[in-house]
Design a protein around this ligand. Structure first.
Ligand SMILES: C[S@@+](CC[C@H](N)C(=O)[O-])C[C@H]1O[C@@H](n2cnc3c(N)ncnc32)[C@H](O)[C@@H]1O
Length: 239
């Protein structure tokens, strides 16, 4: 599933272009479209690895660094590196990190989940929120994350899933497919980005299927926790 109807470019290229385009409006749209709940999801997801007290953390697909910033405040690690393919998302993130005086702890750099620019076995934890759905090759990304994690280290993934129970399922589907793309289009001025969001969620594996993929990529999966009736799910795997 690619954001734009352009056969000449691959998913990675299109995703990079799309996030660079929407970067100035990304944070405000997240807050408005989720009614602020996305910040609570990130906090709850990070709590799943809090007891491990990870010191060196990699935030893959960090975007504007919301998860990295939350992790710095909530997990109190020594250091966090955030990587993303979209340089303009990183620029917004760097501004936020500086404002919060977290630049000694968090560094952001350009990097692709499928070819992480790090040695093997160095991170205590890897975290990813709303990123894996956008990878061009999901398994390649998960395997490279496995490579850079220390043995015993944890991967926490937070991603959209699909609510299954009526009537929330119907209400949510209506909102996600009709209202969200309309608001997204008006605010971001990118017609495709917020149509791609519900379509990519619909096409993406979740729940047991996603756990199975994590296991196939080398992780012993430990936890799957749904938030807000299954609008999103956090998964934790161990190397
Ligand atoms: C929906 S945003 C999530 C940003 C942030 N983690 C959050 O919770 O708000 C998805 C991000 O994934 C990035 N991304 C997509 N594919 C990637 C890849 N292969 N490697 C690194 N980042 C990637 C995009 O550039 C974008 O910034």
């Amino acid at each position: 599933m690619k954001p734009y109807q352009d056969e000449s470019t691959g998913k990675r290229e299109q995703v990079e272009l799309m996030f660079n385009k929407i970067s100035p409006k990304y944070d405000i749209l997240n807050r408005v479209l989720s009614l602020g709940i996305d910040t609570i999801w990130r906090k709850k997801a990070l709590d799943l690895i809090k007891a491990d007290k990870p010191q060196f953390i990699l935030d893959v697909a960090t975007g504007t660094a919301d998860l990295a910033i939350e992790a710095a405040e909530r997990l109190q690690p020594g250091r966090i590196i955030g990587v993303d393919i979209a340089e303009e998302m990183l620029e917004v993130g760097r501004g936020k990190i500086k404002k919060k005086n977290l630049d000694k702890i968090i560094q952001l750099q350009k990097g692709d989940s499928e070819q992480l620019p790090f040695e093997d076995n160095i991170f205590d934890a890897v975290i990813v929120s709303f990123g894996v759905r956008n990878f061009e090759h999901l398994e390649v990304g998960l395997k490279d994350i496995h490579r850079v994690l220390k043995p015993g280290g944890k991967l926490m993934i937070l991603e959209f899933s699909q609510p299954q129970k009526a009537p929330f399922k119907q209400l949510y589907t209506f909102y996600f497919k009709n209202i969200l793309p309309l608001i997204g289009k008006i605010v971001s001025k990118d017609t495709a980005a917020y149509t791609y969001l519900p379509e990519s969620v619909e096409a993406f594996p979740f729940g047991e299927k996603f756990l199975f993929i994590m296991q196939a990529c080398g992780f012993e999966t430990k936890v799957k926790k749904e938030f807000t009736f299954g609008v999103c799910t956090a998964y934790v795997g161990v190397k």
